[in-house]
Design a protein around this ligand. Structure first.
Ligand SMILES: [Zn+2]
Length: 194
């Protein structure tokens, strides 16, 4: 014969959300309460009786990770965008006064070409990963518009800034160097130039 406590411990040691949901269903049947009530009961039980202790460190064996963006391109993007999200413009400074930003690769299997990387905030990065995303590119494959769940945003691409001509030319120059190295022709040139 099962006891409520035993059912609760099987809930506590569930390893997947499916197992935890199944344990909630069993608890609800056992206690003749509805699931919503059981969930709140369990929540209060955990809040009241679970000791507040140090979070354990878990050792993870490295899974396949893609190479990170070269420091050179990251530095360029930091200087151009100063941490401003290319989608929504959100930005903030970290404790060390450096702007925080994340890099999104439009095609995760492609390399670190400026056309393939965007400076984004955490929120937009998550929307790229999880929302319904529609993208619009120029003929030469610069992303210019993106919609997250049908809400459209214009993508700020420094490549198209023309107000400051010098800045614009510099951007083209830097970009053309990257196109060369992207084709695998001139890694050395890239290194030398930066
Ligand atoms: Zn954003």
């Amino acid at each position: 014969m099962l006891t409520t406590q035993e059912l609760q411990s099987s809930f506590d040691i569930a390893e997947t959300e499916q197992e935890a949901s199944a344990a909630i269903t069993t608890l609800a049947q056992w206690t003749h309460l509805n699931k919503g009530k059981v969930i709140f009961n369990e929540y209060y039980r955990l809040a009241s009786y679970l000791p507040l202790r140090e979070r354990k460190n878990i050792e993870r064996t490295a899974t396949k990770a893609r190479e990170s963006i070269p420091v050179s391109l990251r530095t360029i993007l930091r200087n151009i965008y100063k941490g401003h999200c290319q989608i929504c413009d959100f930005w903030f400074l970290k404790k060390d006064k450096d702007p925080y930003f994340e890099i999104h690769h439009l095609d995760s299997s492609k390399g670190h070409h400026p056309k393939n990387v965007l400076v984004v905030c955490g929120n937009c990065h998550n929307q790229f990963e999880h929302a319904n995303v529609e993208q619009e590119f120029t003929e030469d494959l610069w992303l210019v518009k993106v919609s997250f769940n049908k809400i459209m945003h214009i993508v700020k691409q420094a490549f198209f800034y023309q107000k400051d001509r010098r800045f614009f030319q510099r951007t083209i120059y830097i970009t053309s160097i990257y196109i060369l190295s992207y084709r695998g022709k001139s890694a050395l040139l890239t290194k030398k130039t930066f």
